[in-house]
Design a protein around this ligand. Structure first.
Ligand code: THU
Length: 137
């Protein structure tokens, strides 16, 4: 699964975004070490704080089905009226922390506008000096 293919899946998932409050649609596609892919979209709520980001939707789907080893995630987000985002969408801080729970420092985050235009950063670049499970004994 190359980056462009993973971005295509994230764009497809973005079509499912439930974002009536922000109008900002996000899709994610998470590649597991066994080659399987779990997708997710953002799911908003009228009470706002229960909103779940696309990245966490993908992670929680995967973990809930027994997956716990991950390679990379593609993320696409932007105004829901545009078929493809105009800018890349970096994951929010909460999603970075969720990634840290399950992923190593070299986990790749592919932030894309479309399958040909994207930026890749590692989790350690996005979340340096992170708090993780080694801290909690
Ligand atoms: N959102 C995501 O799905 N992922 C991110 O990393 C950033 C933000 C969603 C949450 C909310 O539904 C909308 O984008 C606007 O913040």
């Amino acid at each position: 699964m190359n980056n462009s293919q993973l971005i295509e899946l994230a764009l497809h998932a973005r079509n499912m975004a439930y974002c009536p409050y922000s109008g900002f649609a996000v899709g994610a596609a998470l590649l597991c070490a066994d080659g399987s892919v779990y997708t997710g979209c953002n799911i908003e709520n009228s009470a706002f704080s229960p909103t779940n980001c696309a990245e966490r939707t993908a992670f929680f789907k995967a973990v809930s089905e027994g997956k716990c080893s991950f390679v990379k995630i593609a993320v696409v987000g932007g105004n829901a009226e545009n078929e493809q985002p105009e800018r890349v969408c970096p994951p929010c801080g909460v999603c970075r922390q969720v990634m840290r729970e399950f992923c190593s420092a070299d986990f790749e985050v592919v932030m894309a506008k479309n399958p040909e235009d994207y930026k890749v950063m590692t989790l350690s670049e996005l979340l340096p000096e992170s708090f993780d499970k080694r801290e909690v004994k």
